[in-house]
Ligand binder design. Structure first.
Ligand code: C2E
Ligand code: MG
Ligand code: MG
Length: 563
């Protein structure tokens, strides 16, 4: 590495600061073969040369006794000016006492006058330049040049070292500036840099007395590793307060902070911060909160959901999805009669086992994937209806669920008719269940779609009725054929009076709309009797049967027809 550097720039530049010309000559002769030499006759000249182009100098040889400005003053300036502090200084002196004081003042070495051992002087120059260059190299990997905080790599290396000596409870914190790219774009990069520097300097000041380290990880992302503390709001307030005291063009700066409390030492440090970052990213666009805490249960859920999303396609291809059928019974007569069924999807995952639709339907509804599943279920249901129709000589109508998103599919009608057509069925043989909340979410569109479907002969069941807060006004305009009472009311109708009253209310609404009610979730005889008293004519629930695979449902049809 050192050799590469030395070859890269053949001659370093040395500044000789010396008021006596003869001494300048002697030093110049000694150095000029190895170095480019620049000269200054006093401290003032030296400082202006250095300030003009600090980066070009590799070493200063500094006389102490000079007119205008002496060497000690030059040394003081060099050590307090951040642009000059990286240039090593060798003091030239005759005075033994001055050696100690100049080293204390920040000189790196000293040379005695007269200059009687040129090789020693040259060797000292070379050694000091080497030392500084190596230090700079190490520093540059260690320190982010813009902010003075650690770099990401060094930060993690430092944490690993800390881990060897401390088992204190620690938090991982990720701090991010909201819309930082916009600040850069609107106000320019230098304004962006100014903000980052300010944030960093407050972080440094605030952490000075804490057991903590910090780095700038990426453009506007800061990582802090901090002994457990409950109040990072204070830190954020402090930073924002300090920012407000400096006049930034962009005054509305917002910080997001994600905290992973008490990091789990069984995992890698990078993961502690990935998790804090997840919490931090979760705050994007949420202006009510500044800090979020990583929640491992929520993260596990997120990973589980990712897995389900990833596996959906292959599971369709591998036939890991299957359709179950739950019977609906008419209870008007003396004995219940099998009338129809609802098709309900089941996922038998090769590794995770049976997954409940409650786990994946809402997830796939939120990202649109549910459409694919619905189509699969419609096709399976239709082919099953056709199969039983052929086998038994009559139709068991099956209801399929239609998701909210399907309503916005311009091809919905054609798609459904296409599936029925393929199986030789008519639209009266497959019913459509649409959840009530879809009606209240997008009423106009839905009414239009439902009207079109009914005109083609489909019958529409409003699913989960009572949970979707339809307005009474809307109910009178909604075109439906069946109301499916929300299961919650049925489950609680014998436990609390309010649920019972709601069941009665649903029955009244159904009479007003002149449509039958299907009561879902009936598990007990007492519930069935009560619903029958109220005038409910169709029952779906475990009391009669859980959803069944097609072959078992077929046995049920046989049993019922024989009876
Ligand atoms: P849903 O459409 O309201 O279906 C009725 C749910 O109630 C089914 O749950 C059924 O198994 C359950 N159930 C019926 N009777 C009883 C009972 O007596 N007790 C209890 N505890 N539960 C009973 P499942 O199959 O888990 O489905 C849950 C929901 O997932 C469905 O509610 C529906 O919203 C959705 N879903 C199921 N299959 C599909 C599908 O193919 N497409 C779409 N879009 N959604 C589906
Ligand atoms: Mg349903
Ligand atoms: Mg339902």
């Amino acid at each position: 590495m050192k050799r590469v550097l030395q070859n890269a720039r053949a001659k370093r530049k040395v500044l000789v600061v010396e008021d006596e010309w003869i001494n300048r000559e002697i030093l110049g002769n000694m150095l000029s073969e190895e170095y480019d030499v620049a000269y200054a006759e006093n401290g003032q000249q030296a400082i202006s040369l250095l300030q003009e182009d600090a980066d070009s100098f590799s070493l200063i040889l500094l006389d102490l006794m000079m007119p205008v400005m002496g060497g000690e003053e030059v040394l003081k300036i060099c050590r307090s000016d951040t642009a000059l502090t990286g240039i090593p200084v060798i003091v030239i002196t005759q005075d033994e006492d001055a050696e100690v004081s100049s080293i204390r003042a920040g000189a790196d070495d000293f040379i005695k006058k007269p200059y009687d051992m040129p090789e020693v002087i040259l060797a000292r120059c070379e050694r000091i330049i080497d030392l500084y260059e190596q230090k700079k190299l190490i520093d540059s990997a260690e320190i982010d040049p813009l902010t003075g905080l650690y770099t990401r790599d060094f930060f993690f290396e430092y944490i690993r070292q800390m881990e060897k000596y401390s088992d204190a409870n620690m938090d991982a914190i990720v701090m991010d500036v909201e819309h930082f790219h916009l600040i850069n774009e609107i106000y320019g990069r230098s304004e962006g840099d100014r903000i980052l520097k300010k944030i960093s300097s407050v972080i440094m000041t605030e952490l000075r007395d804490s057991f903590a380290i910090a780095c700038r990880c990426a453009a506007d992302t800061f990582y802090i590793y901090h002994s457990c503390s409950s109040d990072y709001c204070m830190l954020a307030e402090k930073i924002l307060g300090e920012m407000a005291s400096v006049s930034f063009k962009s005054t509305k700066i917002r910080l997001r902070i994600g905290v992973n409390k008490s990091v789990d030492r069984n995992t890698a440090p990078e993961q502690w911060f990935d998790h804090a970052k997840l919490a931090c990213d979760g705050l994007r666009g949420d202006y009510t909160k500044q800090i979020a805490y990583y929640d491992s249960a929520a993260h596990d859920r997120q990973l589980y959901h990712e897995r389900l999303i990833r596996d959906m396609d292959s599971s369709i291809a591998n036939k890991n999805f299957t359709v179950y059928f739950q019977p609906k019974y008419g209870i008007e007569g003396d004995r219940p009669v099998l009338k129809s069924a609802e098709a309900l999807i089941r996922w038998i995952h090769p590794e995770l086992g049976m997954i409940n639709p409650g786990d994946f339907i809402p997830l796939f509804e939120s990202n649109g994937l549910v459409q694919k599943l619905d189509r699969f279920v419609w096709e399976e249901a239709a082919s099953q209806i056709a199969f039983w129709k052929k086998k038994f000589g009559f139709t068991i109508p099956v209801s399929v669920n239609v998701s909210r998103i399907d309503i916005f599919d311009p091809d919905l009608e054609d798609r459904l008719l296409g599936i029925l057509d393929k199986n030789g069925l008519s639209s009266g043989e497959m019913l459509l269940e649409i959840t009530e909340s879809a009606y209240s979410d997008s009423a106009e569109r839905l009414i239009e779609v439902v009207n079109n479907l009914r005109a083609k002969g489909f019958r529409i069941e409003m699913d989960d009725f009572g949970s979707g807060y339809s307005s009474l006004n809307m109910l009178t305009t909604i075109p439906i054929d069946v109301l499916k009472m929300d299961m919650k009311f049925v489950s609680n109708m014998l436990k609390d009076d309010k649920s019972l009253k709601l069941c009665e209310l649903v029955m009244d609404i159904s009479k007003f709309l002149e449509v039958p009610v299907v009561a879902e979730g009936v598990e007990e005889k007492a519930q069935l009797d009560k619903l029958k008293d109220m005038g409910c004519t169709i029952i779906q629930g475990y009391y009669f049967s859980k959803p069944l695979p097609a072959d078992q449902f077929e046995k049920l049809i046989k049993k019922e027809t024989e009876a």
